[in-house]
Design a protein around this ligand. Structure first.
Ligand code: ATP
Length: 358
C-alpha cells in the first residue's frame, strides 16, 4: 500500500478548524479507497507559536517538512502581530524557498451556490487563475530609510526575471491546453508599467508559438476586473503576476459565491520540493471558535492535493462528494446563508465519500 506523508500546518484562527476537517476527509478517502494511506504530521506553527518563540516557525522548520509528499496549510495571521510578519514568517517562508512558483486557483460556481452575478448560468463561470508565486511585486526587494523623519522614504521593487516569467507563462499555456476550451488570457499592466510588464507581453507572444492550439489574448488588469463581472463566460485560464492575480482571485472567489469555498495550490511543478495546498481565505478571527467556518475551500484544496499525488479517482470522488453536499442547502454554513456547522458539512462530505445518502 502506498503511504503518503502529509505535513499539516493549521496556523491560526479558523485555519485550525478547517484543517482538522480536511484531515478527517483525507483519512476517510484513504479508508474508502484502500490502496493508499496518509501519515499526517501536525505542525503548530503560526501566530500563537510566534508569541511563545518569537518566530512563526522553527529555524529548521523547512527541513522538518521538505521530505513530505505535500503540505496542507490553513492560514497565518494574528490580531496582535503585523500581517507582514505573519505572511513572510510562515507562508512565504515556505513558498519561496520551496520554489512553489505556480499558484493555481480554480473558480467555479458549485451546485447549490448562488453567484452574486445574477446573470451567470450554471457552468458559465469556470476559470483557473495562475498566479506567479515567486517574484514580481512580492520579491521582497526594497527598503526604508530615515524612518520616522519627514525625509522618510520607502521602496518596494517589483522584480521580474525572464526565467521566472517564462516558466509561469509556459505552465499557464500547458494548463490551458489541458482544459477543454484551450483558452488563455495573459493579464498585465503594460501600458503604465512599461518595463517588466512589456517583457511579460513579449515573452507571452514567444511562448504562444509553442502552443498553436491554444487561443490566447492579453488584457490590462483593470479591464480584466470588468470582464470578470460583465463577461465571465469569455474567460477560461488566466495568468497574471503575483499581485495582480492575488487581487483577481479574491474577486473570483467572491463571484463564485464565498471566500470560504475557494481553493489554491502552490505548486513546485518539478517536484524538487513538496507543494502546498490551502484554502484562499485567511484566519477569519471574526468567526474563530464558533464552529461555523466553511470547510469546502479546504476540501477542494484536498482535491488538488490528491490530483498532485496522482490519486485521480480519489480526487474525483472527493469533488463529487463536495458538489453533492453544496447542492443541499441544509449543509450551507452562514457565509452561504445557511445554518450548518463545520462538523455538519464535514460529516456530510464523509458520508458522500462512503456512498451513503444523508
Ligand atoms: P487574513 O488577513 O488572514 O487574510 P482577512 O480577515 O483579511 O484575513 P479572511 O480571514 O479571509 O480575510 O476573512 C474575510 C471575511 O470572510 C471574514 O468576514 C470571514 O469571516 C469570512 N470568511 C473567510 N473564510 C471563511 C470561511 N471558511 N467560512 C466562513 N466565512 C469565511
Amino acid at each position: 500500500m502506498k503511504a503518503y506523508k502529509i505535513a499539516a500546518i493549521p496556523g491560526d484562527g479558523i485555519g485550525t478548524e478547517v484543517i482538522s476537517a480536511g484531515v478527517e476527509v483525507l483519512q476517510a478517502l484513504a479508508s474508502r479507497d484502500g490502496s493508499f494511506e496518509f501519515k499526517v504530521d501536525q505542525f503548530d506553527w503560526g501566530g500563537e507559536y510566534y508569541k511563545r518563540h518569537g518566530r512563526m516557525m522553527p529555524e529548521n522548520g523547512r527541513d522538518l517538512i521538505k521530505k513530505h509528499d505535500a503540505i496542507l496549510f490553513g492560514s497565518a495571521g494574528h490580531p496582535e502581530i503585523p500581517d507582514h510578519i505573519t505572511l513572510w514568517g510562515l507562508r512565504l517562508a515556505i513558498c519561496q524557498p520551496f520554489d512553489q512558483y505556480a499558484n493555481v486557483r480554480p473558480t467555479r460556481v458549485l451546485p447549490g451556490i448562488t453567484s452574486p452575478l445574477r446573470h451567470v448560468k450554471d457552468k458559465e463561470l469556470d476559470w483557473v487563475i495562475v498566479r506567479e508565486n515567486s517574484e514580481g511585486e512580492y520579491s521582497g526587494v526594497g527598503g526604508r530609510v530615515h524612518q520616522g523623519s519627514p525625509l522618510e522614504a520607502a521602496t518596494d521593487v517589483s522584480m521580474f526575471t525572464r526565467a521566472g516569467v517564462e516558466r509561469i507563462i509556459r505552465f499557464a499555456f500547458k494548463l490551458a491546453q489541458a482544459r477543454p476550451r484551450k483558452l488563455l488570457t495573459v493579464v498585465t499592466k503594460s501600458n503604465a508599467q512599461r518595463h517588466a510588464m512589456v517583457m511579460w507581453d513579449e515573452i507571452a507572444a514567444e511562448i504562444a508559438r509553442e502552443f498553436p492550439d491554444v487561443t490566447w489574448d492579453k488584457m490590462l488588469v483593470d479591464a480584466m476586473t470588468m470582464r470578470m463581472v460583465m463577461k465571465p463566460q469569455s474567460i477560461d485560464t488566466v495568468v497574471a503576476t503575483n499581485l495582480h492575480a492575488d487581487i483577481l482571485s479574491d474577486l473570483a472567489a467572491a463571484l463564485a459565491g464565498s471566500l470560504g469555498i475557494a481553493p489554491t495550490a502552490n505548486l513546485n511543478p518539478e517536484r524538487a520540493f513538496p507543494s502546498m495546498f490551502e484554502p484562499i481565505h485567511g484566519s477569519a478571527f471574526d468567526i474563530m471558535g464558533k464552529g461555523i467556518a466553511n470547510p469546502i475551500g479546504t476540501f477542494w484544496s484536498a482535491v488538488m492535493l490528491l490530483e498532485h499525488l496522482g490519486e485521480k479517482p480519489a480526487a474525483d470522488r472527493l469533488m463529487t462528494a463536495i458538489e453533492k453536499v453544496t447542492a443541499d442547502p441544509r449543509f450551507h454554513t452562514p457565509d452561504l446563508g445557511g445554518t450548518a456547522r463545520t462538523t455538519d458539512v464535514t460529516a456530510a462530505v464523509i458520508d458522500a465519500i462512503h456512498g451513503s445518502n444523508r
